[in-house]
Write a new protein. Structure first.
Length: 282
């Protein structure tokens, strides 16, 4: 199945997919990838992880990447953050070429990775301390974020005193505290139980709506991808490539009732057909 195929009732999946030139990238907000690939060098030879990728994530967009394990999703996130160099091609974040780790992104991992000896407020303030920024300037923002995610009153608690979902909310605050324009999320709710995960999905959409951040989230879950995204990028098995990009024409704000919408079910099934079986993705 190729990305140009149209599903009745859905927007063309490739409506926002085009090759990027170096000429237009510096003036464009959001994230752009132009011919970006990754090959790992090992003692046993080269191991291709990602085939050349070309796509654009719009500023303020909720963009989700879904694909099977080992297809290069986490590698893609690391390259956009500047933690890992691409083997070929160029990445632009907010018009600037990515050549090293940069301050325009906040990262949320699958586990909250809160420091057990720091209370919640000090965990949220960790990026400020590491960057040697003014605590006085950023402390009000940290407290405001803690209130935004419903953790007001827990500022002095240690991580072990909070539930998994509450810890992950704190990690989202930590990613936002230095006011990056882009949030990168690597399976942020994969370790949570199903009910907590659904609540966190709704909470994440609310946070993104209220902060206006550009969000790139990677997941194995097709329903989660469709529920959260403005657009879903579907990746092939390794070496990862773009199988399709789908618009999600569900209105916002969304509640869990959106999962009962026929458009939701149709798009989930269409994306699932890219894979040999449900077990390969969910």
């Amino acid at each position: 199945m190729n990305a140009a195929t149209r599903t009745p009732g859905l927007n063309p999946p490739t409506a926002h997919l085009r090759v990027v030139s170096d000429r237009d990238a510096p003036t464009t907000p959001g994230i752009r990838l132009s011919g970006v690939s990754k090959t790992y060098r090992t003692r046993d030879g080269d191991v291709p992880s990602l085939r050349p990728l070309d796509f654009h994530i719009n500023a303020g967009e909720f963009f989700v990447v879904v694909g099977p394990s080992g297809c290069g999703k986490s590698t893609l996130l690391k390259m956009i953050s500047g933690l890992l160099p691409p083997s070929s091609g160029k990445i632009f974040v907010e018009g600037e070429a990515v050549t090293k780790p940069h301050g325009n992104v906040g990262i949320v991992f699958q586990n909250s990775l809160l420091l057990p000896w720091r209370n919640i407020l000090n965990n949220v303030m960790l990026p400020i301390d590491m960057r040697r920024l003014s605590r006085k300037e950023y402390l009000p923002r940290a407290k405001s974020l803690i209130k935004l995610v419903g953790l007001e009153g827990f500022e002095k608690k240690l991580p072990w005193q909070l539930s998994g979902g509450m810890q992950q909310r704190a990690s989202i605050c930590r990613a936002l505290v230095h006011d990056p324009k882009i949030i990168l999320m690597d399976e942020p709710f994969g370790a949570l139980d199903a009910m907590t995960r659904e609540r966190m999905n709704v909470e994440l959409m609310r946070i993104q709506r209220e902060t206006g951040k550009t969000v790139l989230l990677i997941t194995h879950s097709i329903p989660e991808a469709v529920f959260l995204a403005d657009r879903v990028l579907v990746m092939t098995e390794r070496p990862g490539a773009i199988a399709a990009i789908y618009d999600v024409p569900l209105p916002r704000p969304r509640s869990l009732d959106a999962m009962a919408d026929p458009v939701f079910s149709e798009l989930v099934q269409r994306i699932r057909k890219h894979f040999f079986s449900q077990s390969a993705i969910d």
